[in-house]
Write a protein that binds this ligand. Structure first.
Ligand code: V47
Ligand code: SF4
Length: 395
């Protein structure tokens, strides 16, 4: 799927004056305003958005499309908080339906990957009192000692806010302790929608938008990197999405510490918001594209395929996305429980083929986007059959 080029868009005499100004800004590499972000959400057609977002994507990365080899560890799915969109947490009352891993249990999971070529462990789960500062400090240092080449990407401001408050230490002191223990980066979760009009209704009492942003800021000031997300397509309005993007862009101007923005589509199975319809694929692609256009100071936009599905992830590569994550094993439950992919596992070969099938150039990356392997010219045994080549008989 491809959209018209940005020069074709600029020649379109029927384009509204507002959309023309935005296209000219994108062509010139200039930043759009929050009002223009709102206009894109309200009025811009999909083809137009695809042209602008793809222009930015190709200016930054050409055809390069990144994935990584990681596994997830979810220490518990029991949680003190009550986020209405969450399908994953067995609340304290239904605790017997959940799991609560010990340090040794988690280390056994980590060790089960010893002979696999993974480069990252992504640790995130529910919030419970026994998972505190000493627990996580010990966990990070044990993992680093056991396997120094594995990048530890762990927890979000939701957990950090809770455990630092419980330990009566400041965010600054807490994040410095986590870094010392072996934490290397922070995933983007827990951001949801920052605006209190929405956050107060969906986020079950966890940290505020300001607290989420402040913990990332402190982490960046320590010279470290993190990701950011936005949970969209539930009760928020477009203006709340613009506000969210604006807050991320402002912080990124200050610190430059975000690597990737990951829009997360609300999935409606088994949660308190199940009565809401899910966003359409067109809306998902519009949202990727607007995110790419708005966040001019973010290097990467990621489509998380276990949540969005493989086909939309492929389409998103023409709407501003340049990264599709990549779990190698069925190690996360967050999305399958909410209605995402049932078995979120794809081999490296399958991921590479997914990317190539839409004409992009696959690159395996480390967590910090260091190139691990360029798959441009790598052939697989069944490549000929896959690409549809047929060798004709010579007569
Ligand atoms: O914060 C929970 C979301 C997030 C639902 O940084 C839901 O590389 C949709 O942040 N429908 C956690 N979304 C996952 C996350 C993440 C995933 C992959 C990569 C990275 C990264 C980060 O999942 C939560 C919440 O926003 N979530 N329930 C749901 N029903
Ligand atoms: Fe707990 Fe996270 Fe679920 Fe909220 S989204 S209830 S913080 S596990």
């Amino acid at each position: 799927m491809s959209s018209p080029s940005i020069s074709t868009i600029l020649r379109d005499t029927k384009l509204s004056p507002g959309l023309r100004v935005i296209a000219e800004k994108v062509y010139a590499g200039d930043r759009i305003t929050p009002e223009e972000g709102q206009l894109l959400y309200d009025e811009a057609p999909l083809g137009y958005l695809g042209s602008l977002a793809n222009h930015i994507r190709e200016r930054k990365h050409g055809d390069k499309t990144y994935f990584n080899r990681n596994f997830h560890v979810e220490p518990t799915n029991v949680c003190l908080y009550t986020c209405t969109f969450c399908s994953y947490s067995r609340r304290i009352k239904k605790r017997e339906d959940g799991w609560e891993y010990s340090l040794d249990d988690i280390m056994d999971i980590v060790k089960s990957y010893d002979d696999k070529p993974v480069t990252e462990v992504h640790i995130v789960g529910g919030v419970l009192p026994q998972y505190d500062v000493p627990f996580y400090a010990e966990l990070f240092s044990r993992i680093r000692k056991h396997r120094p080449d594995l990048h530890v990407k762990a927890l979000t401001p939701v957990e950090y806010h809770y455990i630092f408050k419980k330990a009566k230490i400041s965010y600054e002191e807490g994040m410095a302790r986590m870094k010392e223990a072996g934490l290397q980066s922070m995933p983007g979760g827990g951001a949801e929608i920052f605006h209190p009009e929405i956050r107060d209704q969906i986020a079950g009492g966890k940290c505020s938008g300001e607290e989420w942003l402040r913990i990332h800021e402190i982490w960046h000031e320590l010279g470290m990197r993190s990701n950011a997300t936005m949970l969209y397509g539930h009760i928020e309005e477009y203006r709340h999405r613009v506000d969210h993007l604006e807050k991320l862009r402002e912080l990124q101007d200050k610190t430059g510490g975000f690597q990737t923005f990951i829009p997360l589509k609300f999935r409606n199975k088994n949660n308190e918001l199940s009565h809401l319809d899910e966003s359409t694929v067109v809306e998902d692609l519009r949202n990727y594209a607007i995110s790419r256009i708005y966040l001019d100071n973010f290097d990467h936009v990621k489509a998380y395929w276990p949540m969005i599905g493989r086909t939309t992830a492929q389409l998103s590569l023409a709407f501003g996305v340049d990264d599709i994550d990549g779990t190698i094993d069925d190690t996360t439950r967050i999305y399958s429980m909410a209605g995402g992919e049932q078995n979120p596992a794809l081999s490296t070969e399958a991921l590479v083929k997914m990317i190539r099938a839409v004409g992009r150039h696959p690159i395996e990356r480390g967590t910090l986007y260091e190139v691990i392997k360029d798959y441009k010219d790598v052939e697989f045994a069944d490549d000929k059959q896959y690409r549809g080549y047929t060798s004709l008989p010579v007569v």
